[in-house]
Design a protein. Structure first.
Length: 219
């Protein structure tokens, strides 16, 4: 890691660290070194499992478990006497807890190190570019008015969740007179049980049992 970054860590800060899609091979060296030098790790249990070996066994660990108010209170109360690593999947700049942190802390109180995003991984897996894609998140019902966006764009990336899974999204689009299109559903990207399904909206609406996944719709 650059010498300048090590000097930054002499001051107590909050480090928002992207670990990529979840496979340890995709965690960049700068993130690993930052985690090693932090006193406390905050994140979802699944994400913190990447840091369970002896190098990290003495770190204090705070699991989010949807307790965002508790986590933010902890960060604000401890940021002056601890280097705190907030571990997030993918890139912190794409639908993560970073939005809460930047609203609660001053810019000089936190540092962001991005990881490989689900967008990058998904489009790489299907061998396509993404500069011309429309991005839609259905996490927690964020954007339920997506039909027109899909109709207007040739390439659309979806963050899905358990309530708005790929089959549900396909059904909504077809009920709203969406033309049938090619679809890629990418589950558990980078994990041993990774699965990529290439289909279309008509077939997708009848499929079930999707795990952690993203979806790309193309003309």
């Amino acid at each position: 890691m650059a010498k300048g970054f090590l000097n930054i860590m002499k001051n107590k800060k909050v480090y928002v660290l992207g670990i990529g899609p979840g496979n340890p091979d995709y965690v960049i060296p700068a993130v690993r070194e930052a985690v090693e030098k932090c006193d406390c790790l905050v994140g979802a249990k699944r994400n913190l499992l990447l840091f369970e070996n002896k190098r990290f066994e003495n770190k204090e660990k705070i699991y989010i478990k949807d307790r965002f108010d508790y986590v933010m209170d902890f960060i604000k109360e401890n940021r002056k006497n601890k280097n705190i690593a907030v571990i997030v999947s993918g890139d912190p700049g794409f639908h993560s807890i970073l939005n809460l942190i930047r609203k609660s802390l001053k810019k000089d109180e936190y540092v962001v190190i991005p990881g490989i995003s689900s967008v990058q991984m998904a489009f790489a897996k299907i061998g396509d570019s993404w500069e011309d894609a429309k991005f839609i998140s259905c996490h927690g019902g964020e954007n339920m008015d997506f039909v027109d966006d899909v109709k207007k764009n040739d390439k659309v990336f979806f963050l899905t969740d358990k309530d708005f899974s790929p089959d549900v999204i396909a059904g909504i689009l077809l009920k709203n007179h969406m033309d049938n299109r090619k679809v890629f559903v990418l589950e558990n990207i980078s994990y041993p049980n990774e699965k990529i399904t290439e289909t279309d909206l008509e077939n997708l609406k009848n499929m079930k049992g999707f795990e952690l996944c993203v979806m790309i719709i193309k003309k």
